[in-house]
Design a protein around this ligand. Structure first.
Ligand SMILES: Cc1cc2nc3c(=O)[nH]c(=O)nc-3n(C[C@H](O)[C@H](O)[C@H](O)COP(=O)(O)OP(=O)(O)OC[C@H]3O[C@@H](n4cnc5c(N)ncnc54)[C@H](O)[C@@H]3O)c2cc1C
Length: 295
């Protein structure tokens, strides 16, 4: 049986895995998508200590992967679908119904994007409608037009990223003023490739004869606006990726089960916090496992 399963190779899961491996504990890291997690969507991370000039999120994600490789941490690509708990042991199952047994588990599954739930959105998702920029950047070409929807940090960061890649951005949000950092708003306002549109709520997405259109209603006067674009990028908040946290797991304080990072931090979603929490639970596990070994 293995000591620790870490589910999610974002900053929290990676930081935990590195700590555990160095402590001589047998760890396996599971990732359903790409090592690096949400960070791979960040344009420019300026507040992670140690990078005074800021760092591209993708590059930071690459450094995290290199750090895992340096310590030869076993990483298995594939989604964990369920956790069964039997006799204080955790049995993880994937889509192929393989089962692996562990003494402890760290859930570091991050967040998933909120959808708008408007007509047309689901059908066009993944082809023309996106929720994470890492999936759109490889196909968007310079001079394309992208409708970005959202008024927070992510929408503004995405818009600047697209503009830096030569794309024209029409950025829409519902409030009078955006809710992002003032510094991002300032940069967006100065960027000739980004146009801001406030007080507009998306109500429908259509793809008529290859022409992608988003219908917006004005919050003030029910006036209708049609925005044509090549792609749509929606950044309207994220929810915890907590499918593995069944009622049973959440209600009971189960020994050997730990949670770290964005999946549990509410609105405090930052790389530094995720890394710190990953290291903290790894230290708790170190004590738990050593205690176990001393029994
Ligand atoms: C546009 C943008 C800009 C940002 N800019 C900054 C910034 O400047 N500074 C900053 O500090 N932070 C920034 N962040 C936030 C930062 O990226 C997150 O706080 C951080 O990535 C959270 O780490 P995490 O490990 O908790 O979760 P995540 O990074 O979300 O990683 C979770 C991982 O778990 C995987 N996973 C989920 N479910 C399963 C499963 N069942 N089985 C296997 N794997 C699974 C996911 O695929 C994912 O890789 C930004 C985020 C965005 C979107």
């Amino acid at each position: 049986m293995h000591d620790v399963a870490v589910i999610g190779a974002g900053p929290a899961g990676i930081a935990a895995s590195i700590y555990l491996k160095r402590a001589g504990i047998n760890v396996i890291l599971f990732e359903k998508d790409e090592v690096g997690g949400l960070l791979l969507n960040a344009h420019f991370v300026e507040n992670y200590p140690g990078f005074p000039d800021g760092i591209d999120g993708k590059k930071l994600g690459k450094f995290l992967k290199e750090h895992l490789d340096k310590w030869k941490i076993k990483t298995i690509l594939g989604e964990i679908k369920q956790i069964k708990i039997e006799n204080n042991r955790f049995i993880l199952g994937n889509a192929q119904k393989d089962e692996i047994e562990f003494k402890t588990v760290i859930i570091a599954t991050g967040t998933k994007p909120q959808t708008l739930n408007i007509p047309g959105e689901a059908e066009l998702s993944k082809k023309l409608v996106f929720y994470e920029i890492k999936n759109l950047l490889p196909i968007a070409k310079p001079e394309d037009i992208v409708t970005v929807i959202g008024g927070g940090d992510a929408a503004f960061d995405y818009s600047l990223n697209l503009a830096d890649n030569g794309v024209f951005v029409e950025l829409f949000f519902r409030s009078e003023k955006p809710k992002c950092l003032a510094l991002l708003e300032e940069r967006v306002k100065k960027c000739p490739k980004i146009k801001l549109h406030s007080l507009l709520k998306p109500v429908e997405i259509k793809n008529d004869l290859g022409q992608l259109e988003t219908k917006f209603m004005s919050i003030n006067n029910n006036h209708e606006i049609l925005a044509k674009s090549d792609y749509i990028l929606i950044a309207c908040g994220r929810n915890p990726n907590n499918e593995l946290l069944t009622n049973d797991i959440e209600k009971n304080n189960i020994p050997g089960l730990y949670i770290a990072g964005d999946v549990q931090t509410g609105r405090f979603r930052q790389t530094g916090i995720a890394v710190g929490q990953g290291i903290r639970v790894a230290m708790e596990i170190d004590t738990y496992i050593r205690g176990d070994k001393n029994d």
